[in-house]
Design a binder for this molecule. Structure first.
Ligand code: TMP
Length: 229
C-alpha cells in the first residue's frame, strides 16, 4: 500500500501566534507516536534561508512586487523538492509555517498583483501539492503588530523601534488587506480552512487546534487525551 503523508499549514498576519502554536501541536502529535516534520516558508532549506534573508530582513534596497513574488516561489520550489515531497511520500505529517496562501494574501491582496496570475505561477512550483488542513490565526492588525514588537523586545532586550523586518514596517492598510485576503481565501474553502480567533489565550488556541486536528484524523476525544495530557 502506498504511504500518504499530510500537509497541515499555519497562516496569519504578523504576530498572529502561529509560530508559537506550531511546535505545541508538533509535541502533541509526537506523543501520539506520529512522525512529524516541522518546517517553514520562506527558509525551510539551505537555499531558502538565503532567500529568506533577502526577503524578510530589513534592507534598504527596493524590491518590485513581481521580484518579491518570484523569490517566494524559488524558496517554495526548493522546499517542495527537498522537504515536502519526500516527507509526503514517506507518510509523514508536515506542519508548515506558511505556504501558498501566504503568497495570495501578501503578494496578491497585499501588494496588488493579479490573483489569477499568482495562482498560475504558483502551480508551476507546487506540482499539485496542497494542504489538507489550514489553520488561519486571525487577529486585529494592531494586536498582531504589537505582539511582533514584543517578540523583538524579548530577543534584543531593547526597543524594537527601527528593527522591524521588511513586512512589519509596512503601513497598517497593507496588513489590513493581507488580513482581509486571508479571510476571503478561508471563506472560499471552508472545508480546508479552520479560522481561529487569535486574540484568545495561547492555551485556548492550543486546545482548539488540537481538537480540530484530532477530528481531522478521526481520533476519539478520550483516546488521545489519555495519551498526550
Ligand atoms: P514569517 O513572519 O511567518 O516568518 O514570514 C515571513 C514573511 O514573509 C511574512 O511577513 C509573510 C511573508 N510571506 C509573503 O509575503 N509571501 C509568501 O509567500 C510567504 C510564504 C511569506
Amino acid at each position: 500500500m502506498r504511504k500518504k503523508g499530510v500537509l497541515i499549514t499555519f497562516e496569519g498576519v504578523e504576530g498572529s501566534g502561529k509560530s508559537t502554536q506550531l511546535p505545541l501541536l508538533s509535541d502533541h502529535l509526537k506523543k501520539l507516536g506520529l512522525e512529524v516534520v516541522v518546517t517553514r516558508e520562506p527558509g525551510g532549506t539551505a537555499l531558502g534561508k538565503e532567500v529568506r534573508s533577502l526577503l524578510v530582513e530589513k534592507k534598504d534596497w527596493s524590491m518590485e512586487p513581481i521580484a518579491e513574488l518570484f523569490l517566494y516561489l524559488s524558496d517554495r520550489a526548493q522546499h517542495i523538492a527537498e522537504i515536502l515531497q519526500p516527507a509526503l511520500q514517506s507518510g509523514k505529517i508536515i506542519l508548515c509555517d506558511r505556504f501558498s496562501d501566504a503568497t495570495l494574501a501578501y503578494q496578491g491582496y497585499g501588494r496588488g498583483l493579479p490573483i489569477q496570475e499568482i495562482i498560475k505561477a504558483n502551480a508551476l512550483v507546487t506540482k499539485g501539492i496542497r494542504p489538507s488542513l489550514t489553520f488561519l490565526l486571525d487577529c486585529p492588525i494592531a494586536m498582531g503588530l504589537w505582539r511582533a514588537n514584543q517578540r523583538v523586545l524579548k530577543v534584543l532586550g531593547a526597543s524594537p523601534l527601527g528593527v522591524e523586518d521588511r513586512f512589519e514596517k509596512e503601513p497598517t492598510d497593507f496588513h489590513q488587506r493581507v488580513r482581509q485576503g486571508y479571510l476571503e481565501l478561508a471563506k472560499g474553502e471552508p472545508q480546508r480552512f479552520c479560522v481561529i480567533d487569535a486574540s484568545k489565550s495561547e492555551e485556548e488556541i492550543r486546545e482548539e487546534i488540537l481538537q480540530e486536528v484530532m477530528r481531522f484524523f478521526g481520533l476519539e476525544d478520550r483516546r488521545w487525551r489519555l495519551l498526550i495530557l
